[in-house]
Design a protein around this ligand. Sequence first.
Ligand SMILES: Nc1ncnc2c1ncn2[C@@H]1O[C@H](COP(=O)(O)OP(=O)(O)OP(=O)(O)O)[C@@H](O)[C@H]1O
Ligand SMILES: CC(=O)N[C@H]1[C@@H]2OC[C@@H](O2)[C@@H](O)[C@@H]1O[C@H](C)C(=O)O
Length: 373
Amino acid sequence: MTDCTIGLMSGTSLDGVDGVLVRWTEDAPEVLAAASVPFPPELRLAFLELNQAGHDELHRSAQAAHALVDLYVRIVEDLLQQTGLPALAISAIGAHGQTVRHQPPGSAASAPYTCQLNHPALLAERTRITVVADFRSRDLAAGGQGAPLVPAFHQHLFAIPGQSVAVVNVGGIANITALPAQGPVRGLDTGPGNVLMDLWCHRHTGAWFDEDGRWAGSGQVHEALLEHLLRTPYFQQTGVKSTGRDLFHAAWLDTQLQAFAHLPPADVQATLTQLTAHTIGHTLRAWDWGAHPLQHVWVCGGGSRNATLMRMLAETIDPVPLRATDEAGWPAHWVEAAAFAWLARQALLGRPGNLPSVTGALGPRILGAIYPA
Ligand SMILES: Nc1ncnc2c1ncn2[C@@H]1O[C@H](COP(=O)(O)OP(=O)(O)OP(=O)(O)O)[C@@H](O)[C@H]1O
Ligand SMILES: CC(=O)N[C@H]1[C@@H]2OC[C@@H](O2)[C@@H](O)[C@@H]1O[C@H](C)C(=O)O
């Protein structure tokens, strides 16, 4: 029998959905097909608006979840067509859903919660494939952050016995995983990955993102602005932590920039790029790697395509070498989607998906709700 699962992920960048179809052999993954669909502008806007309180949220959330499943179905059909596999050959789809709120323990005075819009029943109905969804809430219920979840999969893919390596995922929000030669895996969200850069770039150039980091590369990092941004309490927190657009959004950026209105926009872009590099690099350096210093850093997520960011990050962690995961056979935009294919399989096998050392949960938990085909 084939042991194949599909992972579907759309992250905080709100650029679109990535999907991969993975075959598992003795727990080792092989990506058989990959597909991506950009968000139609109106859906992107709908999700963006749902990140803030607003009128008739329940209705708008339900409509957006339906539209998301339409994209999911297109990707699943594409993956099946590419591989020639029938729906019956797929054990499960891991469908992350779209995060519109994330208020983990310690982030707000309210009861902790996380919200991924999704309609897994509709996806199971339309694809006739078992769907696993709602991956984060069980970890949160167990006192964890519910994020990041990819470190367990990073460990699965990139851990090398006797070596200390790290994996950096630069999506809308950036998260990092430490795979030390000795001791438990660690991981956290460092803060903004591309989210602030994308916002600023779109506002000043009309482009959704700074292609290859060229615009940032034309500006100068403004040290006073960087220091000001780094005073944000989230960056000072040590230990488990996760965040999202709940904290790092357009109004937040505008407030931060009030005293810096005179700066050329390209300098602000350069500084926001440096902020991402600095918060990642300094967390990696600050971690205690014991007798085996950090030897190597893998980078995935869309930020790995930003040459200016990669240069700044390399300078921050120098002399530790930095490479995109593509060089390990894992194209940078596949890794997160593959992680949810893996998490779906973990759920089906009754195995935990979280790492308590990363999320702070009371213990390992089986993640996700299962919607049978
Ligand atoms: N060629 C490129 N040059 C510069 N930046 C790029 C390029 N391609 C992608 N990006 C950046 O990567 C982002 C998308 O990254 P990715 O798909 O990893 O994010 P995500 O999955 O939404 O995020 P998250 O990890 O937060 O879930 C884009 O919004 C853009 O900022
Ligand atoms: C709540 C939520 O959706 N968080 C995302 C987001 O995007 C990156 C970072 O913030 C990470 O914590 C997480 O995604 C990845 C896939 C994770 O859970 O590991």
